[in-house]
Design a protein around this ligand. Structure first.
Ligand code: DAH
Length: 330
């Protein structure tokens, strides 16, 4: 009896557990090590022939062996089942979110690309990038920009206000960044401010309640309308190609005087409007406490508009639907 080495048997039991490929093999192993005819049961039946002392000693060794085997079998079963259910759940509820970081060929959104491209064109002329908050005060969005209380742009219908007193809002234009930048920095100023803006607009082919603009501002000694024209003509040719012509037509913006809209020549002799611009109104300089003699120009361009024209996109909602069939084209 003493020659039966329980440790060795336990080791071989562990090896057979390691070899299991399917849970259905488990009962056979259990039978082999604990069941009728197993070494354990043979040894147990021999206990009766032993002296009381040996019976006690060897009996408790056999019990310990049996307990260890049972515990291992139970643990094995639990782990195997857990792994099985995890696999099953994975196959029944696949994770459909896209793992952008490992997805080959993932890239920036078309609007990000267009914004970066515009910023780079102006950076090549010496402009730097400025940012401002999307939640703004009405003063920065309207008053400072020479847009008084009675102005139609302030009607609630165009604007998403954040309080009943109409003192705070989601900015309707990136022109707010002009104001903030001039309050914090003396002239000269050459900045572009890309960002998201909000209006209480219905979605249609060319309007969305959330869209993107890039504001530009140049303030320096002796800046004139010719500088504005030259700068924006350069931008249009860089962005759309050297054969595209520009046309400046008079317009009204509260914060510029004179103001203009820039149109670009398109297919079939059509002219399409792409941005608003003008010489900064002296009242704006006054509001940011710049000297009275200050001169400068400003412009604001819609990013979606630029992208729609350049790529022939027919509905603005394409930018926001995150349909990879659309986004992958750019
Ligand atoms: N903020 C104007 C808009 O949202 C665009 C604009 C027009 C900006 C003329 C300007 C400007 O800086 O001078 O429609």
């Amino acid at each position: 009896m003493a020659e039966v080495n329980l440790d060795k048997i336990f080791a071989s039991f562990l090896l057979s557990l390691d070899d299991i490929e399917d849970i259905s093999e488990l009962p056979n192993i259990e039978k082999e090590y604990l069941g009728k005819g197993s070494l354990l049961s043979e040894e147990r039946s021999k206990l009766a022939t032993l002296s009381n002392e040996d019976k006690k000693k060897y009996g408790s060794l056999l019990k310990e062996f049996a307990d260890n085997v049972s515990t291992k079998l139970d643990n094995f079963k639990t782990e195997f089942e857990e792994a099985f259910f995890i696999e099953k759940e994975k196959s029944e509820n696949p994770d459909i979110s896209i793992d952008w970081y490992s997805k080959k060929g993932s890239k920036k959104h078309i609007l990000t690309n267009v914004m970066e491209e515009v910023v780079e064109i102006f950076a090549s002329l010496g402009y730097t990038v400025a940012h401002g908050p999307e939640a703004e005060t009405s003063w920065h969005n309207f008053d400072a920009l020479n847009t008084p209380d009675w102005h139609p742009a302030r009607y609630e219908s165009d604007t998403l206000y954040l309080d009943k007193d109409l003192n705070n809002l989601l900015r309707t234009q990136t022109s707010t960044v002009q104001v903030r930048h001039m309050q914090d920095n003396p002239p000269p100023v050459y900045i572009v401010a890309p960002g998201r803006v909000y209006r209480s607009d219905q979605l249609d082919a060319t309007h969305s309640p959330v869209f993107h603009q890039i504001e530009g501002l140049a303030v320096d000694d002796g800046i004139t309308f010719s500088d504005l024209k030259g700068t924006l003509e350069y931008f249009v040719k860089e962005f759309f190609g050297s054969s595209v012509q520009t046309k400046f037509i008079p317009h009204f913006f509260p914060f510029t005087e004179p103001s203009a809209e820039v149109l670009v020549s398109w297919k079939d002799g059509e002219w399409l409007e792409i941005l608003g611009c003008g010489m900064v109104d002296p009242n704006v300089f006054k509001n940011v406490k710049y000297p009275e003699s200050t001169q400068g120009f400003a412009f604001g361009v819609g990013v979606e508009r630029l992208a729609m024209l350049r790529y022939g996109i027919d509905h603005i909602k394409n930018f926001y639907e995150n349909d990879l069939r659309f986004l992958d084209q750019f």
